[in-house]
Design a protein around this ligand. Structure first.
Ligand SMILES: NC(=O)c1ccc[n+]([C@@H]2O[C@H](COP(=O)([O-])OP(=O)(O)OC[C@H]3O[C@@H](n4cnc5c(N)ncnc54)[C@H](OP(=O)(O)O)[C@@H]3O)[C@@H](O)[C@H]2O)c1
Length: 292
């Protein structure tokens, strides 16, 4: 009999992709369930034969009920940064109470674990969750996910092909990684054995600076795409004048500074091993998005 797998964040990109990869690998739909807050957003999952469990990271009892009978839990990190520690600690505690045997968690690559990190607003909840998972005694697999390649178009803006790249990341490099590759790796881990009590370095195999991103984009589009790294203050002022909401400015500036400080510059990667092939490269991703 197949292990019972539950995917959280199943109405989001990562969760949906992971479910599709599990099905593609031949895991029967009857072995997979999905935690959702709003069932009306999950009719596609129901059509695939996935059973829906209603639950919210804020509601501990809903999680304990949803996790009953589950062997392997993919805990996809949430989006509510201010409350994420409490929410995810709820999920870990509920997994323990329900008798879950293995948690796979989408954590985050980082170096600076102190409050001086420019992305402490999101790193702290990952640090707290990693600790809680390890302390729970449940077998775990932690993915230290690097920045998604999919965030690059957001950092570069809609008009990047006309204006060039304007982002205060200096010469900092990151091992940006495809979210689809990460979801496939998660499905591989959930559907095989031998991943217990391991933290995987889920980085791409190469690090890129924004100068290199601009050069790659120039080749793909046959246009001269420049890169300019303003000061953080100038960047914040420019975005404010363009009407970007303050919370986004703080978040983008924080990521840029973290990239500049080398928070996502990675020396090792377990992704090729987890996928059994080379991960999607920066060039592959940018071609897919910008080559018309
Ligand atoms: N490494 C990176 O560069 C990077 C970039 C972006 C995000 N992330 C992280 O990776 C995660 C997955 O990415 P994604 O693209 O799949 O994000 P996404 O599409 O926004 O999906 C987030 C999922 O989390 C669910 N969720 C949020 N709060 C919840 C709560 N209180 N209780 C239960 N479920 C909740 C959402 O449910 P609803 O549909 O009901 O809202 C959704 O299914 C994100 O949530 C974020 O933590 C990482």
């Amino acid at each position: 009999m197949s292990a019972k797998i539950l995917i959280t964040g199943a109405t989001g990109n990562f969760g949906k992709l992971t479910i599709d990869f599990l099905l593609k690998k031949g895991i029967p739909a009857t072995a997979i369930s999905a935690l959702v807050r709003d069932e009306s957003k999950a009719s596609d999952l129901q059509e695939k034969g996935i059973s829906l469990k209603k639950g919210d990271y804020n509601n501990y009892d809903s999680l304990v009920t949803a996790f009953q009978g589950i062997d392997k839990l993919l805990l996809v990190s949430g989006t509510d940064l201010a409350n994420r520690s409490v929410q995810q600690l709820n999920a870990v505690k509920a997994a323990k109470e329900a008798g879950v045997k293995h948690i796979v968690y989408t954590s985050f690559e980082r170096k600076n674990e102190t409050e001086t990190s420019p992305i402490t607003f999101l790193a702290q909840s990952h640090i707290d969750t990693d600790k809680a998972i390890k302390a729970s005694g449940i077998a775990y697999t932690i993915f230290r996910n690097n920045l998604y390649l999919e965030v690059l178009p957001m950092f570069m803006g809609e008009k990047v092909l006309e204006t060039g790249i304007y982002f205060p990341a200096g010469e900092g490099k990151a091992a940006y990684v495809s979210r689809t590759d990460l979801a496939e790796a998660a499905a591989n881990v959930l559907s095989s054995e031998g991943h217990e009590n391991i933290e995987y370095a889920t980085n791409n195999v190469k690090n890129y600076s924004f100068q290199e991103i601009a050069e790659t984009l120039s080749k793909i589009t046959s246009k001269e795409i420049s890169y300019f790294s303003p000061t953080t203050d100038e960047y914040a002022e420019t975005l404010k004048n363009a009407g970007v909401p303050g919370e986004y400015i703080g978040m983008f500036a924080g990521f840029a500074e973290a990239i500049k400080q080398g928070e996502f510059n990675a020396d090792t990667s377990d992704l090729e091993k987890l996928l059994g092939r080379k991960p999607v490269s920066l060039n592959d991703f940018l071609k897919q998005v910008y080559f018309k």
